[in-house]
Design a protein around this ligand. Structure first.
Ligand code: KG4
Ligand code: ZN
Length: 348
């Protein structure tokens, strides 16, 4: 329990719903300890090379009740044991969010429970405060920096407190996850390509094919130039040898991954130098990337950073992170009304 919030005598049990993109997820948390965390991924998007919003909404509609049922069953709790319902309000796809928000509102109304709205990007950061073991005490100390890297966002967040965060750097165009996914698409890999690039990169040489690092002022990022130079590089190499990708897949993947990680790491180093902050966290789907994890962990030795990386299951979209964010809002009694609506765009 954080010492700057009022004490709560009993366990606080929260059911959380996440439906912002292509994962239908539900989780149950008891204080900061996860009792269940169910994620149903939507395979349908693989056929289209990206998330199709209308199909995502339909799949959420089909999956939400089975996913919530399973989360409740696995938690061992009954609906009457719950103290609140938390849900992702945004940012995300409007139709997808509507399914989760409407479900949460109806469930809260039926059970006469308070509702807690959660910002998906804040939740990615707060995943660091999920307690994995009873005696766990390694958490980032405020203020810390969090690199939040997902399919839709790339941000350096200055985290001042559980619910007080400021974006101090962000992408001007594509997100880091998009850079991975678009590079994968150019290589003919299915969506989402990030995990596949990671897999092939493990066997390759990261220095085999150098790509340019963009020169963007301040703490902001840009990935669109990298995408274009990668596209032309592959096009030209294929023109000379049709089998170029097949022959060099591991080296190509290792090289593009190395470049994306380098772009991210350089800016976080800069942010650390400018702020003097050395507690550094990574969050979001791309923080599942093994190259990124290794590069950041390496900074513990090289620069004396304290690096925090969530377990895989809390990196990509999940509802446990919505639940822990809900828990900290519950402690503040920060509840939403039944008139709450989803927001496709949502600032901190
Ligand atoms: O946070 P997330 O699950 O969903 C969004 O909110 O966007 O992030 C999904 C992104 C996708 O772009 C996916 O390719 C990327 O995270 N991703 C990875 C890895 N695992 C997921 N990118 C690189 N390496 C990975 N291992
Ligand atoms: Zn996300």
């Amino acid at each position: 329990m954080p010492d700057n919030y009022p004490a709560v005598n009993n366990n606080t049990n929260i059911l959380a719903i996440e439906s912002s993109c292509d994962e239908t997820a539900a989780a149950v948390i008891s204080n900061d300890h996860v009792l269940s965390n169910i994620v149903a991924s939507q395979a349908i998007h693989q056929y289209y090379g990206g998330v199709i919003p209308e199909l995502a909404s339909r799949a959420h509609q089909q999956k939400i009740i089975p996913v919530v049922n399973e989360a409740l069953q696995k938690s061992g709790l009954k609906p009457s044991d719950l103290d609140a319902i938390a849900f992702t309000r945004g940012p995300g796809l409007m139709g997808a969010l509507l399914v989760g928000v409407s479900f949460a509102k109806a469930f809260a109304l039926a059970l006469d429970l308070p509702l807690i709205e959660v910002n998906h990007m804040q939740a990615h950061v707060l995943a660091h405060f999920i307690r994995k073991r009873e005696n766990e005490n390694r958490f980032p100390k405020f203020p810390f920096l969090c690199l939040t890297v997902s399919g839709g966002h790339t941000q350096i967040v200055l985290v001042k407190d559980y619910l007080e965060m400021e974006v101090i750097g962000q992408t001007l165009d594509d997100a880091a996850g998009e850079a991975f996914d678009k590079a994968a698409k150019i290589l003919g890999l299915p969506y989402p390509g990030g995990p596949l690039i990671d897999k092939y990169a493990k066997e390759g040489n990261p220095k085999a094919f150098p790509f340019p690092i963009p020169n963007i002022p301040g703490l902001d990022f840009s990935f669109s130039g990298l995408k274009t130079s990668f596209l032309y590089f592959i096009r030209d190499a294929k023109a000379k040898d049709e089998t170029f990708i097949e022959k060099n897949k591991a080296d190509i993947c290792a090289s593009i991954q190395h470049t994306i990680v380098d772009i991210l790491l350089r800016k976080v180093k800069k942010a650390s130098e400018e702020t003097g902050i050395t507690h550094i966290a990574i969050a979001g789907g791309v923080s599942a990337n093994s190259g990124l994890r290794a590069a950041f962990l390496g900074m513990q030795e090289k620069a004396g950073w304290n690096v925090f990386i969530p377990p895989f299951e809390y990196c990509t979209d999940n509802a446990a992170m919505i639940a822990i964010a809900g828990y900290y809002k519950f402690l503040r009694k920060d509840f939403a009304g039944q008139d709450i609506t989803p927001l496709a765009r949502m600032n901190f």
